[in-house]
Ligand binder design. Structure first.
Ligand SMILES: Cc1ncc(COP(=O)(O)O)c(C=O)c1O
Length: 429
């Protein structure tokens, strides 16, 4: 069966973020449990990136699976227009209680990209119908990544992803990447807003860590600066916690590093517990009220599966598991283990820069970013040693499940060190 599946895959499946002409054969994964993936030969791989950051509690947390099964038998799906249901209502209540600041309204969608898309559209339409239609430009950070739709692409700043679409996307100004010096970024944003606030709908950012842009950790002072300046100029602040939420950077929300309250908060990935695509965009009462009144003020937007009962039920259970199992507190010593290991890796000759924050850590082998090739050698060696460690070009990183068992974590860190060393040795002339 394996050769046939791989042959059919080669013929018909178009894999994401994959250059088919040079990609290695994909792993044929049959099942997943805890922090491990199992292939068709029974070999296991530690899932070093929680399957693109979503399996925050591993792959088969018994309470999430039980909630999903139970919901499947009651109500798998129904549209949310003119209808409501218990999981959507209770989840909305739980999210507004848990979220930072004065967010009181929850708009559901499918994934990180649509959570961002919803936020962008909410801002544009808000200004359009509340007296400032010229406010339709966005401000984002260089190296940001906010997703795949054209709206999300517009505010993303990874050049290799954005370049082909640069001429067809929304108007967005990207701030220069002086993330190591928040004062300079602050001045750049200050100057931009002083000059142009009348045309700006919102500033959007990933708080404290830019994920797909290269696991770039930056000073929370920049997030605070963005909040202060957007308030001063009455511009919305959209915060994208799609990657950073649910303890990825240590606290429950990365915004806690900065003590900032956003106007819009985008959640996805971990929210669906790694079982289902599910997303939410949380908004303030001011935004919500800006859509009340005449029929044409309606937010004419909604994805078929928004608020899907299965996803909502799993997300609600996830929030409860975080409290009951004290997931954030339990992760603290794990984060310290990761930090210690990556600070050792930073000493390896050939490693350019190692860094970590909470349950995310990264190192660069070159400055070539996505088009670097050394990362592929690390990937291959890590697979051989039993970890699925998918680099971003030449940036090697780990974002394991927040509750990864200590023995798995130690094994993963050992594999990272050995695989990086192996790749660097192979690359030496
Ligand atoms: C910060 C951030 N926002 C948005 C997205 C897009 O999420 P999705 O792939 O679920 O559309 C991602 C995906 O990696 C992300 O890291």
């Amino acid at each position: 069966m394996k050769p046939r599946l791989l042959e059919l895959d080669r013929r018909h499946v178009w894999h994401p973020y994959t250059q088919a002409s040079s990609a290695r054969e994909p792993l044929l994964i049959e099942r997943a449990s805890g922090s491990r993936l199992y292939d068709s030969d029974g070999k296991s791989y530690i899932d070093a990136n929680s399957s693109w950051y979503c399996a925050v509690l591993g792959h088969d947390h018994p309470r999430l699976v039980a909630a999903l099964r139970d919901q499947l038998e009651r109500l798998p799906h129904v549209a949310l227009a003119g209808i409501t249901h218990e999981p959507a209502v209770l989840l909305a209540e739980a999210l507004v209680q848990k979220a930072p600041g004065e967010l009181s309204r929850v708009f559901y969608s499918d994934d990180g990209s649509t959570a961002i898309e919803s936020a962008l559209k909410l801002c544009v339409q808000y200004w359009h119908q509340n007296g400032k239609p010229e406010r339709r430009r966005f401000v984002a950070l260089d190296s940001a990544f906010h997703g795949e739709t054209l709206g999300a692409t517009a505010v993303s700043g990874v050049p290799v992803f954005r370049r082909p679409f640069a001429s067809v996307v929304l108007d967005c100004v990207h701030l220069p990447p002086e993330l190591d010096g928040p004062e300079r970024a602050f001045s750049a944003l200050e100057a931009l807003l002083e000059r142009d606030a009348a045309r700006i709908a919102a500033v959007v950012l990933e708080p404290v860590v830019q994920a797909a842009g290269g696991m770039r950790i930056y000073d929370p002072a920049l997030v605070r600066a963005a909040r202060e300046l957007t308030r001063r100029h009455d511009v919305f602040l959209i915060v994208d916690e799609v990657f950073t939420g649910f303890g990825r950077t240590g606290p429950y929300w990365a915004l806690e590093h900065a003590g900032v309250e956003p106007d819009l908060l985008c959640l996805a990935k971990g929210l669906g517990g790694g079982l289902l695509p599910f997303a939410a965009t949380l908004a303030t009462e001011r935004l919500y009220e800006g859509f009340l009144g005449a029929p044409e003020r309606t937010f004419f937007y909604g994805h078929t599966f928004c608020g899907n009962p299965l996803g909502a039920r799993v997300a609600l259970e996830l929030l409860r598991v975080y409290e009951d199992e004290r997931v954030i507190e339990q992760a603290e010593p794990k984060a310290q283990r990761i930090a210690r290991a990556f600070s050792r890796f930073g000493e390896l000759p050939g490693v350019e820069r190692a860094r970590s924050l909470g349950m995310v850590a990264a190192l660069d082998l070159t400055a070539e970013g996505y088009l670097g090739t050394l990362g592929k050698a690390v990937y291959a060696e890590a697979l051989r040693r039993g970890a699925y460690l998918r680099p971003l070009g030449d940036t090697i990183y780990v974002t394991p499940p927040i509750n990864i068992p200590d023995p798995d974590l130690d094994e993963l860190l050992e594999i990272v060190g050995a695989s990086v060393q192996h790749a660097l040795e192979q690359a030496r002339p």
